[in-house]
Design a protein around this ligand. Structure first.
Ligand code: SF4
Ligand SMILES: [Zn+2]
Ligand SMILES: [Zn+2]
Length: 320
C-alpha cells in the first residue's frame, strides 16, 4: 500500500510498501522513498536528499544568490519550508568562514498558531548555533495581526503579507544583511507566476525576476524555488527536522487556493508542468526590462515603497 499518493509531483512511499512491491532506488538499489513522476525516478533517502541539495546548489550558483563575504538573513517562520531552508543553507555553507547565516522570525501575533512554529524556529536555530532575531508586529507596528483583522476590512492574509514583508526587510537591513533568503518552493513560485499571468500584472512579473535589485530593499533570494512543496516536506521528515502540521487559522488567499488546485490537478495529468511554468518564466524574464515602478521612500515611515505613502502605512490607517 502506498500511504500517501500525492496529488501532484511525487508519490511518496516512505517505506510503507509491502516488501514484494517496494521499488528500489535507481542509483543504488536501496529501497526507494519517493517516485518523482516528473523525472520518472525512484530514489532512496540518501539519493533523494542529495537530489534536493543538488538542485538548490545549482540555483544558488545560477542566480548568484550567495556571494563571497555575504551575510545571509533567513526568514524563519518556523513552517516546514523555512525550517528546511535554514537547515540546508547551514549544511551547504557552514564550512565557509566568509558566509554568515542569521535567522529572523516575525511574530505576527496569531493566537494559538504562532507559538508552535516559533518554538520550532528557536529550536532549530539553537541546535545549529545560528543567531536568531525575533521581531513582532506588536513591536514594529504596535498592533498584532489578530487585533488588526478585527478592526480592518482587509483580508488577514493581505495585511499579514504586506506587514511581514515590511518588517522582515527592515529587520534584515538593520542587521546588516546582504541578502534575505525566503522559503518559497516550486509550488509557491509556479502559483505566483500563473496568478500574475492571469491578472496580466506585468509589474509584479518583472519584480519576480531573481536578480532585480531595488533601493532600500534587501535583495530576496529563493533557494527552494526548484523544490516541489511535497519534497520539501519529505526532506524535513527524513532529516528529522521539527515540522509543524498546524495551519494558520486565517484561510489562505482565495485565488491562490484555486490556482493551487488547478496546478496540482494539471501536474497529475502532465508531470513537470510546474517546472515548465518556472522555466518559461525564466526565458520571458530575460527579455523583460526592470520594473517600471520607481521605488521611493515612504513620507510617513521612511520605508521603501512604490508610492509616497507605503502600503503598510495605508493598511495601518496612518493616512485616510
Ligand atoms: S495564512 Fe495568511 S494570515 Fe496566516 S500566516 Fe499566512 S499570510 Fe499570514
Ligand atoms: Zn539510492
Ligand atoms: Zn510607510
Amino acid at each position: 500500500m502506498i500511504v500517501n499518493t500525492l496529488n501532484d509531483n511525487a508519490s511518496i512511499y516512505i517505506n510503507t510498501l509491502p516488501f514484494e512491491r517496494q521499488m528500489n532506488c535507481q542509483r543504488c538499489n536501496k529501497t526507494a522513498v519517493i517516485y518523482q513522476k516528473y523525472s520518472n525516478a525512484h530514489l532512496c533517502k540518501t539519493h533523494f536528499s542529495e537530489d534536493v541539495e543538488r538542485k538548490i546548489k545549482r540555483d544558488i550558483r545560477k542566480f548568484k544568490m550567495v556571494e563571497r563575504g555575504n551575510r545571509i538573513a533567513v526568514g524563519l517562520s518556523g513552517g516546514k519550508d523555512s525550517i528546511a531552508l535554514l537547515y540546508i543553507l547551514h549544511k551547504i555553507f557552514h564550512e565557509r568562514p566568509d558566509i554568515e547565516l542569521i535567522a529572523i522570525t516575525i511574530d505576527e501575533g496569531i493566537n494559538g498558531y504562532r507559538e508552535h512554529t516559533l518554538a520550532h524556529a528557536e529550536k532549530l536555530a539553537g541546535n545549529l548555533g545560528i543567531s536568531h532575531t525575533i521581531n513582532s508586529f506588536k513591536e514594529g507596528f504596535d498592533i498584532t495581526l489578530d487585533e488588526l483583522t478585527g478592526k480592518k476590512e482587509h483580508a488577514a492574509c493581505t495585511l499579514c503579507g504586506v506587514l511581514r514583508k515590511n518588517l522582515l526587510n527592515r529587520t534584515a537591513r538593520e542587521l546588516g544583511a546582504d541578502k534575505l533568503a525566503i522559503g518559497h518552493n516550486l509550488d509557491d513560485e509556479s502559483q505566483t507566476i500563473l496568478m500574475n499571468y492571469l491578472r496580466a500584472d506585468l509589474d509584479r512579473i518583472k519584480r519576480m525576476i531573481p536578480d532585480t535589485e531595488q533601493p532600500g530593499l534587501v535583495p530576496r533570494i529563493k533557494p527552494l524555488r526548484s523544490i516541489p512543496e511535497k519534497e520539501v516536506a519529505l526532506y524535513g521528515f527524513l532529516n528529522n527536522l521539527p515540522v509543524s502540521t498546524d495551519e494558520c487559522p486565517y484561510a489562505g488567499e482565495a485565488l491562490r487556493n484555486e490556482i493551487r488546485e488547478i496546478l496540482n490537478n494539471y501536474e497529475v495529468k502532465h508531470p513537470g508542468t510546474k517546472y515548465s511554468l518556472l522555466g518559461g518564466f525564466e526565458e520571458i524574464a530575460e527579455v523583460l526590462h526592470p520594473p517600471a515602478t520607481k521605488i521611493v521612500r515612504c513620507g510617513l515611515c521612511g520605508e521603501p515603497g512604490s508610492e509616497n505613502v507605503c502600503k503598510t502605512c495605508r493598511l495601518l490607517g496612518r493616512v485616510e
